[in-house]
Design a protein around this ligand. Structure first.
Ligand code: HEM
Length: 537
């Protein structure tokens, strides 16, 4: 059963009932009522509760303050805070209470396997949250729908069999190549104009390129940079993105105190309900209706050129409601936006900080592709060191370091400890990626370690390298990222020399992290960049 509905119903029922009930009874009747209620619960727990996990202890963790729990102790970024807690309590599983919400955080491949594989069915739920409810149009998307829901399985299957198949990805190969070439050409113009002292602020330009690529793959339009021609529509798109990023970073009291949900003391839910969600709905509904019109004008002969075409042309038995299509579109846009951007930004940062490894990637590309043509997606299978570099980057800097929260609506157990009902189950993949018991010299950036093993991101065989997660909730966008991220990185390394800005040394590159929609560099990357290929490429 989806727990969200229950929680909201309880909040609503309490909210509506309390006034009438209070005036109906005298204080004495109330005290008697509460005493009987507590006594019945005590008897029930003592004699009828056969749940074995109840007798287990909770995992160790900070002693929670009354009511607020450890809300005010949680440090930033949270993955580093949890890692410190695990060290402090000498335990690979810890328990932290935030308000009334229990969080169970695991820090080893073995416990990750228990969450994501062995007991996947028990822990693949998602917690109901204020943001996820509105962002997903009422839990209609993949990321926040419960895995027990048949439509969730249908949506995941659609991704695997229609959107991210090798043949559908081949269809979008040309547009990815165009966007990567546009990225190279924009940086080249800026570098030539800027001369020998040119310093590139990498993140905005990587972000715009990534968003253009995603929006073209998904609904055939680009909204950033030169050559986009959708004035107000592009503005609406950007506003929508900004709002989603801002809202996703907010703490909602209703998530930690479910009974406060209806009151919305901070007014944050009102904003989501009245501005953010309608803005998203308007934007995506317009894309759907204009495409339907286009299909009518084309007389049904339009080929499936992007995801939206595919989603609107599904057979009757597979077809989706408009609200579900909108939720899926927002899922795919947000899933693929910052994750790809930060991966390339972190990879460039590490390579600038490690010039020897940079030269190794460069030499590999030059020897396979040469310097007379741009690297293409078809070259990727012949660039093992490039892939090892991306694995090493994602080991140290997973864009989603705690995965999305998993959840259990009922009491359970994990690693020999009790897991209370309605707990968030968190897999700290950042900690696993830096654990000396799992990796030799874990803090060292050394892509060579992946040349010695055949460790893959997906496949469910190992639980050390979990940037795309595993099991039921494993990232469905992996097949796209597995092409797009290495291709973008290879193109940038092939076309440009990269180094720290004048006056800085490679070892000065700051690697501090902060959390937003993904895990970013605290100081966005700035690099000295110069073009190295022929100008007519
Ligand atoms: C470097 C790129 C990416 C990384 C590192 C990444 C990582 C992740 C992670 C860690 C999760 C959470 C899994 C869990 O909770 O166990 C996830 C979920 C998801 N990702 Fe990705 N992702 C990437 C790219 C993409 C792309 C390109 C798309 C779509 C176009 C996408 C769509 C999704 C969706 C829809 C989910 C929710 C799955 C579910 O809850 O069933 N991701 N991703």
């Amino acid at each position: 059963m989806v727990p969200s509905a229950d929680l909201q119903k309880w909040g609503g029922v309490h909210g509506n009932m309390s006034k009438d009930m209070i005036s109906m009874f005298s204080p004495g009747t109330w005290i008697a009522f509460i005493s009987v209620y507590v006594f019945i619960i005590f008897l029930f727990r003592k004699f009828y509760n056969t749940n074995k996990s109840s007798s287990l202890p909770l995992p160790p963790g900070p002693r929670p303050w009354p009511i607020v729990g450890s809300m005010f102790q949680i440090g930033k970024p949270p993955h580093q805070y949890f890692t410190q807690l695990a060290k402090k309590y000498g335990s690979s599983i810890v328990h932290v209470r935030l308000g009334y919400s229990p969080w169970i955080v695991v820090h080893t491949p073995e416990l990750a396997m228990e969450v994501l594989k062995t007991r996947d069915t028990a822990f693949a739920y998602r917690p109901p949250t204020v943001f996820s409810e509105h962002f997903s149009f009422g839990y209609q998307n993949i990321a926040f729908r419960q895995h027990t829901d048949a439509t969730w399985r249908h949506l995941r299957k659609l991704c695997a069999t229609s959107l991210f198949t090798p043949s559908s990805l081949r269809i979008s190969a040309d547009l990815r190549q165009e966007e990567t070439s546009a990225l190279v050409s924009t940086i080249r113009s800026a570098a030539i104009k800027g001369g020998s002292t040119f310093v590139l602020k990498a993140r905005p330009i990587l972000y715009e390129s990534n968003m253009n690529m995603m929006s073209r793959i998904i609904f055939g339009k680009r909204y950033f940079g030169e050559g986009h021609s959708y004035g107000t529509e592009a503005a609406a798109f950007r506003i929508m993105l900004e709002q989603v990023v801002e809202e996703s970073g907010k703490t909602h009291l209703g998530d930690m105190f479910p009974l406060l949900r209806g009151i919305d003391l901070q007014g944050t839910e009102k904003n989501l309900k009245e501005h953010v969600r309608p803005g998203m709905e308007k934007f995506f509904a317009s894309r759907i209706s204009e495409r339907r019109l286009q299909h009518q004008l084309d007389g049904g002969i339009r080929e499936h050129t992007d995801f939206l075409d595919t989603l609107l042309s599904l057979k009757a038995e597979d077809s989706l409601s408009d609200i579900c299509i909108m939720a899926l579109l927002s899922d795919l846009m947000s899933g693929g936006s910052d994750t790809g951007t930060v991966t390339v930004e972190w990879a460039l940062s590490e390579l600038i900080a490690h010039p020897q490894q940079f030269l190794k990637v460069r030499e590999e590309i030059d020897s396979v592709v040469g310097q007379n043509r741009m690297v293409q997606e078809s070259d990727l299978p012949y660039l093992p060191y490039l892939h090892a570099t991306i694995k090493e980057t994602l080991r140290l800097h997973p864009p989603v370091p705690l995965l999305l929260p998993h959840y259990t609506p009922v009491e359970s157990h994990l690693g020999g400890y009790k897991v209370p009902a309605r707990s968030n189950i968190i897999v700290n993949i950042w900690a696993i990626g830096r654990d000396p018991r799992v990796w030799r010299n874990p803090e060292e950036f050394n892509p060579d370690r992946f040349l010695e093993t055949d460790m893959q991101f997906v496949g469910g065989k190992q639980f050390q390298l979990l940037a795309f997660s595993a099991g039921r909730r494993q990232c469905p966008g992996y097949p796209l990222s597995a092409i797009q991220v290495p291709h973008t990185l290879a193109s940038l390394i092939q076309a440009f020399d990269w180094g720290p800005p004048a006056g800085q040394k490679p070892e000065d590159i700051n690697m501090d992290e902060e959390m937003g929609l993904a895990c970013y560099r605290t100081v966005p990357l700035e690099a000295a960049v110069s073009y190295r290929l022929k100008l007519d490429l």
